[in-house]
Design a protein around this ligand. Structure first.
Ligand code: ADP
Ligand code: MG
Length: 240
């Protein structure tokens, strides 16, 4: 589904991704772990064409999306992204937040977009919050609404960047449950997290990033339970 080859990203001469290779097969959940500053968010932003890569190639569904002739908006319609901070518009209801993309980008009928949005809100337990403003929702509810917004276009791939980091501990579970449900549905996901227990449960593959490269990757039991690389081991010891 997603293939990154030799991806380099520099910010003003500072190398953040250093010839990175990564594959996300269809229906797989790939989890990025690594110290703060190791490049997880930059990787996700490059995959979504929010950041141009300095070098290397990214393919989505076999299409070369880092080709400069590619229409980035068209690519982004096939990718859903959720951030640490929910980024809902405070002056718009949940329903309007969730249907903003389909109405603006797709020029679909408003009714069709709302129908789909209400169906998804219902699925994530927010049916009764559609007409509320974000500040009337808990952090966990806001993040679930943000996930619905990412899903409403029917994306092929979902990118999730530390989506529980801004939540109070008691609200983390409801958001992770939602991600587990998406996994059951076969959604292809690439996510960055500091929740190692969650990574172990949902990941098909865990990738440990360091210095802008994938230093080690494999099944969660191996990478998290019995890492080959001393630096992966040291990282895990520090955070547990
Ligand atoms: P992580 O998500 O793993 O914490 P990031 O991808 O956010 O890592 O950051 C990796 C490095 O890239 C950091 O050193 C950060 O300062 C740098 N960086 C990220 N975004 C920018 C930017 N827009 N301009 C300059 N440097 C950036
Ligand atoms: Mg980050």
């Amino acid at each position: 589904m997603l293939r990154m080859r030799g991806v380099r990203k520099e910010f003003r001469g500072n190398t953040v991704l250093d010839g990175l290779d990564l594959d996300v097969p269809e229906h797989a959940v790939v989890v990025l772990i690594g110290a703060s500053g190791s490049g997880k968010s930059t990787l996700l932003r490059c995959a979504n064409l929010l950041e141009p890569v300095t070098d290397g190639t990214i393919h989505l569904d076999g299409e070369h999306i880092t080709d400069p002739r590619v229409d980035a908006d068209r690519v982004r319609r096939r990718i859903g992204m959720v951030f640490q901070s929910f980024n809902l518009f405070p002056h718009m209801t949940v329903l309007d937040n969730v249907t903003l993309a389909p109405r603006r980008v797709h020029r679909r009928e408003r009714r069709e977009a709302e129908e789909k949005a209400r169906e998804l809100l219902d699925r994530v337990g927010l049916a009764d919050k559609a007409e509320e403003y974000p500040d009337r929702l808990s952090g966990g509810q806001q993040q679930r609404a943000a996930i619905v917004r990412a899903l409403v276009n029917g994306p092929r791939l979902l990118l999730l960047d530390e989506i529980t980091s801004a939540l109070d501990p008691e609200l983390v579970g409801e958001v992770l449950d939602l991600v587990r449900g998406l996994r059951e549905d076969g959604m292809t996901m690439l996510l960055a997290t500091h929740e190692m227990g969650f990574a172990r449960q949902v990941a098909d593959t865990v990738c440990f990033l360091e210095g802008g490269r994938v230093l080690e990757q494999g099944p969660p039991e191996q990478v998290l339970g019995d890492p080959r690389e001393p630096r992966t081991r040291r990282f895990l010891q520090r955070i547990i």
